[in-house]
Design a protein around this ligand. Structure first.
Ligand code: FAD
Length: 408
């Protein structure tokens, strides 16, 4: 038996680890297009960028681990084609590898700017190790950084660069940061947090051109404003890396379509992590989730399926983000919420509970770990809670979830 895994990041590596943990005795080949050992991605915009995490602590597993577990790790190797009838994958050098089961853990690729000047030196993205290393190398010569994009990656990059003493301006083409991800209360909190640290946040501002000779000198916005810059970092989203699957005739929509066992429409091919599009069992809608939790949990599901112990995927999505001293923790999927309850426990601590009608569907917390923990525990039941009590920070949040009597 031979299981080939394409992509060696959070999903791919964990799939290999779980296959061995579940007693898979066949060969495992783990293929990565990247040159370095498989690594954790979240620190790239946080501790690794700030140079407070040594490279050795970035690796998901030490090199020796793969040998010990008899996992053949092929770095700097790109899979260019899947031949489904022959059950082989073709590598960029023309070599073909036969598989019994194939796991696609190809993740997502960064969306690139298409505006004039986007190809100038000192325009960076933040998706992989090489991106982060390039930014770090260029930082000593950069003081004025314009970040384009107000999602998690843009804001994390802004926080890290500001902590390193850079002058940072964030250009956001929507009315508030995290607009498509959180409610206004969370966006406002994050805006103020960045402003308190000296970051300029310009909303409703679309970058339309980057100027400079070889190097960036400014970014021009749609309202005509020129922002001086000697570095641009763009965090404008990602797209699922599903072309390999699509080219081989697998079903793809927003990512590679899979069932509850992470299996595609080919029974020998699975997809997990950022590239997988599946119907979420709690939310009953098709989603593609970009988080370490999702990649890690789907890696378990696929290993169970391949080891003939099928168990449908049923994990609740959760995610985190670190910016300055703010720890954001997110559980559930808030898209489509009808109502939000804000609970402010202190100046530095906020939670937003998202409801669909009377049912709790998601929570975003900032420095409120108890609210995160208790909501995460009960969210799969989509509990109905007293919204007035929930907003009252004098009542312990766990009492509200467990229905403990409230004292006047
Ligand atoms: P990826 O990590 O995208 O890995 C896919 C791998 O497959 C890549 O190495 C790619 O090169 C390789 N590949 C693709 N095609 C081929 C091919 N044809 N042949 C060979 N190899 C191929 N999530 C959180 O939960 N919390 C966070 O705080 C957080 N912070 C983040 C910060 C940054 C800067 C980034 C970029 C992401 C962050 N994320 C965070 C998201 C999280 O890292 C991703 O959800 C996770 O990495 C997804 O893992 P994956 O294995 O599915 O895909």
């Amino acid at each position: 038996m031979h299981c080939v895994i394409v992509g060696a990041s959070h999903a791919g590596v964990q799939a290999a680890v779980n296959l061995r943990a579940q007693g898979y005795e066949g060969d495992i080949t783990l293929i990565s297009a990247e040159k370095v050992l498989p690594y954790q991605r979240p620190p790239l915009s946080k501790a690794f960028l700030q140079d407070t995490l040594p490279e050795a602590r970035l690796w998901l597993r030490p090199e020796a681990f793969y040998q010990q577990k008899n996992i053949r790790l092929m770095l700097d190797t790109k899979v260019v084609k899947i031949n489904r009838s022959a059950q082989t994958v073709e590598l960029a050098d023309g070599q073909a590898l036969a598989y019994d089961d194939l796991i696609l853990a190809t993740g997502a690729s960064v969306r690139r700017l298409t505006i004039p000047g986007a190809d100038l030196e000192n325009v960076y993205y933040l998706r992989d190790h090489q991106d982060a290393a390039s930014i770090k190398q260029a930082l000593p010569k950069a003081q004025k950084v314009v970040v384009i994009g107000g999602g998690y990656i843009g804001l994390e990059a802004a926080a890290s660069l500001r902590k390193m003493g850079k002058d940072v301006t964030v250009l956001i083409n929507t009315a508030r940061p995290l607009q498509h991800l959180t409610c206004p209360a969370i966006s406002d909190f994050m805006t103020q947090l960045h402003q308190q640290h000296g970051v300029v946040i310009d909303t409703n501002t679309l970058a339309v051109e980057i100027t400079g000779d070889k190097q960036v000198t400014s970014v021009i916005a749609d309202n005509g404003t020129h922002y001086d810059a000697d570095m641009v970092v763009a965090g404008i989203g990602v797209q699922p890396a599903h072309s390999l699957a699509a080219d081989s005739g697998l079903n793809v929509s927003n990512g590679i379509d899979v069932n509850a066992f992470m299996q595609t429409n080919d029974e020998h091919i699975y997809a997990i992590g950022d590239c997988a599009n599946f119907t979420h069992p709690v939310y009953h809608k098709k989603v593609r989730i970009e988080s370490v939790q999702n990649a890690t949990d789907q890696a378990k599901t696929v290993a169970f399926a391949i080891c003939n112990k099928p168990a449908p995927y049923n994990a609740l999505p959760w995610f985190w983000s670190d910016q300055y001293d703010a720890k954001l923790q997110i559980a559930g999927l808030s898209a489509g919420y009808t109502d939000v309850v804000v609970r402010q426990e202190s100046e530095k601590s906020l939670a937003a509970f998202y409801f669909s009608g009377s049912q709790l569907i998601a929570v975003d917390t900032i420095n409120q770990p108890k609210s995160f923990m208790v909501a995460r525990k009960y969210l799969p039941e989509r509990p109905e809670l007293d919204k007035i009590l929930l907003a009252d920070a004098s009542i312990p949040v766990s009492d509200i979830f467990t229905g403990a009597p409230q004292h006047a």
